[in-house]
Structure formats: structure tokens, C-alpha cells
Design a protein around this ligand. Structure first.
Ligand code: RP5
Length: 178
């Protein structure tokens, strides 16, 4: 785990306008959500990260969601744990695609987060990923796939990402060898 903390304009992403917004309900979510940021960085997709809490900073959430499209954000990845209403409330305030990452909670191991995010009533969708690190990684890959529809360089980066993982498995078929 890196010591990097979520900031709106980290040095690695401030040079070009962000196309993906990663938001999370708490600093404690960063251990999970940093994996989404890592994948976007690997794919060279400009992004921003910020703590936006649905219940502690509801006005900030509304401002963020309402202004995202006009600021050039094309996909929002929202991670939260427990009664995880951040992705759903965010989706209620924007027509941008919102991808929800259920953060693993201490008491219910993220099942609460998953059900809170995935069970959106018809009409306001949230694309819900797996609980925890896998969900954060896949949210970034899903965001990349959306952007790849109109950005060939991202499509190529995604293909390269897949090919690299395939080759890693093919090159290491013996499970006894580390
Ligand atoms: C949610 O409550 C956050 O998304 C986090 O997953 C969880 C716990 O937050 P902290 O108490 O660690 O700030 O709002």
C-alpha cells in the first residue's frame, strides 16, 4: 500500500483535465479506492480523487455531481462502505455513468455496502462492481472501456493491459513456483 492520500489534484494528474472522477465517502476508503487510481494511472487516463461524503458533506456531494459533466468528467467512480448511499445519491444528481465500489466494512464485510449500492430502484442506475479491491480495479477498467469507445489510445491501452495479464498466466503455469 502506498502512502498517497486522496487529493483533488494530485501532481500526476493535474497537468491535463481529468476525465474520470474517483470519489469516496471517507479517507479510510482510500486503501481500497487507490487501486482504481493505480489502474487509471497505468492506462494513462487523467483522473481526480476526492473525499465526498453523502452524509457528512451532502452539499459538497450535490455540487460535485452537478458540476462534474461541465468540468469534463465523463465517468464517476464512487466508493463507500456500510450504508453506502454515495454512488446512488451521486447518480441521482448527474446523467454521467456512475460506477459504485462497495468498500469492505468491518462488521458485515462489505455485504451491507454491496446491497446498498446494487439495489438501486429502477430509473437511476449505478453500475455496481465487486466488494473491495477487485471492484476498485474493475471500476477503473470499466471506466476505461467507456472512454475507449471514443478514444482509440485508451482502447489500445486496455488491450495491452489484458494481453499482459494473459501472458503472465501463460508464463507461470506451475502453481508451486512463486
Ligand atoms: C462510509 O462509512 C465510508 O464510505 C466508509 O467506508 C465508512 C466508514 O467511514 P469512517 O468512519 O472510516 O470515516 O461513509
Amino acid at each position: 500500500m502506498t502512502d498517497e492520500r486522496p487529493t483533488p489534484n494530485s501532481p500526476s494528474t493535474a497537468a491535463v483535465p481529468p476525465r474520470v472522477g474517483i470519489i469516496m465517502g471517507s479517507r479510510s476508503d482510500w486503501a481500497t479506492m487507490q487501486h482504481a487510481a493505480d489502474v487509471l494511472k497505468e492506462l494513462k487516463i487523467p483522473h481526480e480523487v476526492e473525499i465526498v461524503s453523502a452524509h457528512r458533506t451532502p452539499d459538497k456531494l450535490f455540487d460535485y455531481a452537478e458540476s462534474a459533466e461541465v468540468r469534463g468528467i465523463e465517468v464517476i467512480i464512487a466508493g463507500a462502505g456500510g450504508a453506502a448511499h454515495l454512488p446512488g445519491m451521486c447518480a441521482a444528481k448527474t446523467v454521467l455513468p456512475v460506477l459504485g465500489v462497495p468498500v469492505e466494512s468491518a462488521v458485515l464485510r462489505g455485504v451491507d455496502s454491496l446491497l446498498s449500492i446494487v439495489q438501486m430502484p429502477a430509473g437511476v442506475p449505478v453500475g455496481t462492481l465487486a466488494i473491495g479491491k477487485a471492484g476498485a480495479i474493475n471500476a477503473a477498467l470499466f471506466a476505461a472501456a467507456i472512454l475507449a469507445l471514443k478514444t482509440p489510445s485508451i482502447r489500445e491501452a486496455l488491450k495491452h493491459f489484458r494481453a499482459t495479464r494473459t501472458q503472465e498466466v501463460l508464463d507461470n503455469p506451475n502453481p508451486r513456483v512463486q
